[in-house]
Design a protein around this ligand. Sequence first.
Ligand code: CU
Length: 154
Amino acid sequence: MPAIRNNDIRFAAGRRSRLCVLCAPGVLAAALLVSCGAAQPRAVTVTTQAFRFQPSALEWQAGQTIRFTLRNPDGVEHDFVVDALRVTAASGDGHAQHGPGAGPAPSPGSLHVHAAAFSEASATFTPQSKGTYTVYCSIPSHKELGMVASLVVK
Ligand SMILES: [Cu+2]
């Protein structure tokens, strides 16, 4: 395995400031080990706990790929749904994953990531349409209990 060259280190250091403040140390370590191009995905983690999304305000860039993780430490399932947001290259979407009694999955035109109780789920996608969107949990009555968040795509 070749040693890391000096210019790789400079490149990685230059990328550092562009990574979001939410990035886990592991992501920074990965950025130092892997050469990252301009299309480096952005890691975003949203936690569902006690019928809230954390964070409850999100801002993404149209055209920037999101490596999304929905972390659910709750004892009930939750999902992350955005209607009318156009995304490309969606993988790991949760349309077939609702448990019994959890209601129907949202329309296939929605971004939908579903996490079972005490688990997490991931999806990778690239938002295409700019705008302001409402994020909600589609499990029956969760939205009414306050499981909403805002998403701005710039
Ligand atoms: Cu929920």
